[in-house]
Design a protein around this ligand. Structure first.
Ligand code: PXG
Ligand code: PLP
Length: 451
């Protein structure tokens, strides 16, 4: 007999200690373990969270790579409060509200030259779906509808929707979900500890890995390839900094073959690398660029896709009364999100935060690299205010050692993030030297205590 799904009336076998914690199915979380010993945050200010026991917890990861200006910033709080009382919602299709236009104008002053059109979404995942669809539709409108292939990269993270996991390269995020989008291929990732371990900033070796794209052109023919999507720095899969010359090479090959280059700047956007966008730090301009997270300082969900003028212009053909791009979200350019983003941009501008990572990166890099030689550490990677410390895995138990470091740091009042056996740092850009010292010293202590 085939297995059947238990009737809803069957008693739960997974009930948590506290029945009030049963209903919430948590994302990307070990639900049963978490509910037995939850970690709850109840408020936040500046560099610190407060937990439900009243402890102060230093935020070493800007929430989840998003709270770049630190928590509870007055301009953002006021903007949201005011907006909620003034205009709660405006339909985004065939209608608009003034702040959507204002925000787009403000944003394209910050983006790399040429990326001067902004399309709004509600998350990084939606931004990725939007950019992939723009790329496909762009070629089709131009009369090159045979360009349907999308190229991603191993160890890429592009959110969790079907397009994003198709071009993404995190195996755990893909393997449960069937055959995904067809016609997708992947470049090799650039992680090469044998040649690049403990590199400060951009590693020396690996520009030639971009030539994988030439191999794909040889295999599939350029006339079938629409776009390549990469993160300038792969964050979620362990902080992989692009080798010197790699992104330039990718740009050149894309240009040679008429392939669009998409940078997924959901993590690298809004000051993380020392310039407003990674594209500027690395000196390579993509055709489409996805952002989210730091756009509103994490305060209201919002994402965006920036497109080159020429891409936008390609869509603006045909009768003027017809919709040019059949895509959008109920909450695209939501008034609360626009208000939060405007408050965020004001805060970044007033405090010089979009270039502050460049000022802090030497101190941060030296502190981070002082962990070389600490127990279990096998590589350290950094750029701007992003850091990765890779640990040797416990034999046969990948990710467990790093997670034990995460738990130890949490006990010490410091929030870090681990992915596989890499500890990731991405502190708010307001971080001061004494916070960096505490962050690194706490991790050092945890490494010394760890099995
Ligand atoms: N692209 C990139 C490059 C990202 O880093 C997304 C897309 C998806 O964004 P949303 O807003 O849909 O989550 C991301 C998100 C981690 C971690 O632990 C990183 C992300 C999300 C969750 C965990 O590093 N980045
Ligand atoms: N599902 C249904 C039934 C809907 O009507 C809509 C939007 O109207 C959606 C999904 C998409 O929702 P959203 O626009 O918030 O992504």
């Amino acid at each position: 007999m085939s297995q059947t799904i238990a009737p809803d009336s069957a008693p739960s076998t997974t009930a948590s200690a506290d029945p009030k914690r049963d209903a919430y199915w948590m994302p990307f979380t070990a639900n049963r373990q978490f509910k037995k010993s939850p970690r709850l945050l109840t408020s936040a200010d500046g560099m610190y969270f407060t937990d439900d026991k009243g402890r102060q917890v230093l935020d070493g990861i800007a929430g989840l790579w998003c709270v770049n200006a630190g928590h509870n910033r007055p301009r953002i709080v006021e903007a949201i409060q005011k907006q909620a009382a003034e205009l709660d919602f405006a339909p985004p299709f065939q209608m608009a509200h003034p702040k959507a236009f204002e925000l787009a104008e403000r944003l394209v002053e910050l983006t790399p030259a040429g990326l001067n059109k902004a399309f709004f979404t509600n998350s990084g995942s939606e931004s990725v779906e939007t950019a992939l669809k723009m790329a496909l539709a762009y070629h089709r409108v131009r009369g090159e509808g045979s360009r349907t292939r999308l190229i991603g990269r191993e160890r890429g993270y592009h959110g969790v929707n079907f397009g994003g996991i198709s071009v993404g390269g995190m195996v755990a995020n893909r393997k449960m979900f069937g055959t995904l989008l067809s016609g997708v291929d992947h470049l090799r990732h650039t992680h090469d500890p044998a040649r690049n371990a403990y590199a400060m900033g951009q590693p020396l070796h690996g520009a030639e890995l971009a030539d994988d794209l030439e191999r794909m052109v040889a295999l599939h023919d350029a006339s079938t390839i629409a776009a390549v999507i990469v993160e300038p720095i792969a964050g979620s899969t362990g902080v992989l900094i692009p080798p010197q010359g790699y992104l330039q090479r990718l740009r050149e090959i894309c240009d040679k073959h008429g392939i669009l280059l998409i940078f997924d700047e959901v993590i690298t956007g809004f000051g993380r690398t020392g310039q407003p966008f990674g594209a500027q730090t690395f000196g390579v301009t993509p055709d489409l660029m996805t952002v989210a997270k730091g756009l509103t300082n994490g305060a209201v969900p919002m994402g965006a896709v920036f497109a080159k003028q020429s891409i936008y212009d390609t869509f603006m053909q045909g009768p003027e009364h017809l919709i040019e791009f059949f895509h959008g979200y109920t909450y695209s350019a939501h008034p609360l999100a626009c208000a939060a983003a405007l408050g965020t941009l004001d805060t970044y501008a007033e405090e010089g935060l979009l270039t502050r990572a460049a000022e802090m990166q030497t101190y941060f890099a030296e502190a981070l690299h002082s962990l070389k030689g600490a127990p279990h550490v096998i590589d350290i990677r950094n750029l701007g205010l992003v850091g990765g410390v890779e640990l040797a895995p416990l034999p046969g138990e990948p990710a467990k050692r790093a997670f034990s470091i995460f738990l130890d740091c949490w006990e010490q009042g410091v929030l870090i993030r681990t992915t596989g056996d890499t500890i990731a740092f991405s502190p708010p850009l307001i971080i001061e030297k004494h916070h960096i010292d505490r962050l690194i010293d706490t991790v050092r202590g945890a490494l010394q205590r760890a099995a």
